[in-house]
Design a protein around this ligand. Structure first.
Ligand code: PLP
Length: 398
């Protein structure tokens, strides 16, 4: 017996079909260019995308790789993070952040998060620093920049490197006023971060172009950015089996096959010029959510901050309203996601990953039970977003 056909969702988390339809002529032309050129791996499209991405971000070097996960792994290796080292990161992120640390033989340690921004709380980092600590790995979660000035101060004081996980935040730029305090400190102004893009403030940064991301490919793709030419050279070597571009069959270190596909690079070149408009639409949707949900008791919304690119719109509800809200969204055929159900400390795969498992993360534990991510993609209408918000509001108030 065949499964009953599932009704399509009325409002989905993403509408790539609409995007493809809109960009189709340019995408087709880009793919045709690659087919005609025969340069499927590397070549002029990859070089051009790396140049354009570096320019867009204000990074000195941008190196295409084949996923955001590989971008993290290669960057950690290029930063000399390996066995015996500990890397302090957030427990409230996608698994790949900690997975990359384990893949290079180091141990993840988990600091806690800020209950509103959901980014790493710098005040929880110092108790974890010890002689094995080598790096900080903040995540610009859901598209909101992490507090890089405070983290840079800590890194400088303890001789640590910083790798930014910018997988969810391509295009986010620091802006005043500070999003990480009540206005007193101004992380942005204090350290001159204003106007700087995420991906340019650590020693290196990793981006993902997984199709759902703010800038998404139509397959797997990733990018490492850095200002440091030596790190850039190491990434170029590591992505191609450890051989240098000028000596292909001399393998100086063991690396990876992690090159950026030329077709994906060409697609990303088509999509990059549309990013600003798409981000503006995401922001307008965030304002609509704010208008409907902003004054509800016990509901915490993401900061409506100019630096936020709203990869996700993740709201926190009173814990006992989460199940009713999910049920109401399901009944209305509105998509929603649970980013993230578990602190990474509790992920079964990290059971053997050393002491990080026992790091106390009370804020993250509470947040995991309260969050729902709602649709915020650029092809929603204001009416769609109002409908989603009103469905959640009714469930909270009932
Ligand atoms: C925070 C974070 N880090 C890393 C990754 C890994 O990226 P990819 O899926 O391109 O390997 C993702 C996304 O999937 C992510 O959201």
């Amino acid at each position: 017996m065949s499964e009953p056909a599932q009704e399509p969702q009325a409002i989905a988390m993403l509408d790539l079909a609409r995007e493809v339809a809109e960009l189709r002529p340019d995408i087709d032309a880009a793919i045709a260019r690659i087919l005609e050129s025969g340069a499927f791996i590397g070549g002029p499209e990859v070089d051009a995308f790396e140049r354009e991405a570096a320019e867009h971000l204000g990074a000195h070097h941008a190196i295409g790789v084949n996923s955001g996960t590989d971008a993290l792994v290669l960057a950690l290796r290029a930063l000399d993070v390996g066995p015996g080292h500990e890397v302090i990161t957030t427990p409230f992120t996608f698994f790949a952040t900690a997975e990359a640390i384990v893949q290079v033989g180091a141990t993840p340690r988990f600091a806690d998060i800020d209950p509103v921004t959901l980014n790493l709380d710098p005040a929880t980092v110092p108790p974890l620093i010890n002689e094995r600590t080598r790096a900080l790995l903040p995540v610009h979660l859901f598209g909101l920049p992490a507090p890089m000035a405070a983290l840079r101060d800590l890194a400088d004081a303890h001789d640590l490197v910083i790798l930014e996980d910018a997988a969810q935040a391509f295009g986010a730029r620091y802006a005043a006023p500070c999003v990480h305090c009540d206005g007193g400190c101004s992380d942005a102004q204090r350290s001159g971060l204003n106007g700087h893009a995420v991906g340019t403030l650590g020693d290196a940064a990793a981006f993902s172009f997984y199709p759902t991301k703010t800038l998404g490919a139509y397959g797997d793709a990733g990018l490492v950015t850095t200002h440091d030419p030596a790190i850039a050279a190491r990434i170029r070597q590591l992505r191609n089996h450890g051989s240098r571009p000028d000596a292909k069959y001399v393998n100086e270190v063991t690396g990876y096959n992690s090159r950026l596909d030329a077709i994906q690079a060409a697609i990303l070149r088509v999509k990059l010029p549309h990013l600003a408009q798409q981000t503006a639409t995401r922001r307008a949707h965030a304002e609509t959510y704010q208008a409907v949900l902003g004054n509800l008791d016990g509901v915490t919304l993401p900061p409506l901050h100019p630096a936020h690119v709203f990869h996700q719109f993740t709201v926190q509800l009173p814990e006992d309203r989460v199940a009713p809200a999910r049920a109401a969204l399901d009944a209305a055929r509105i998509a929603h996601q649970h980013f993230y159900p578990l602190p990474l400390n509790d992920q079964p795969a990290l059971a053997e990953a050393g002491s990080g498992r026992h790091d106390p993360v009370p804020v993250t534990r509470a947040v995991c039970n309260r969050v729902i991510s709602l649709p915020i993609h650029p092809y929603l209408t204001t009416d769609d977003v109002t409908r989603v918000a009103e469905t959640v509001a009714q469930a909270v108030l009932s």
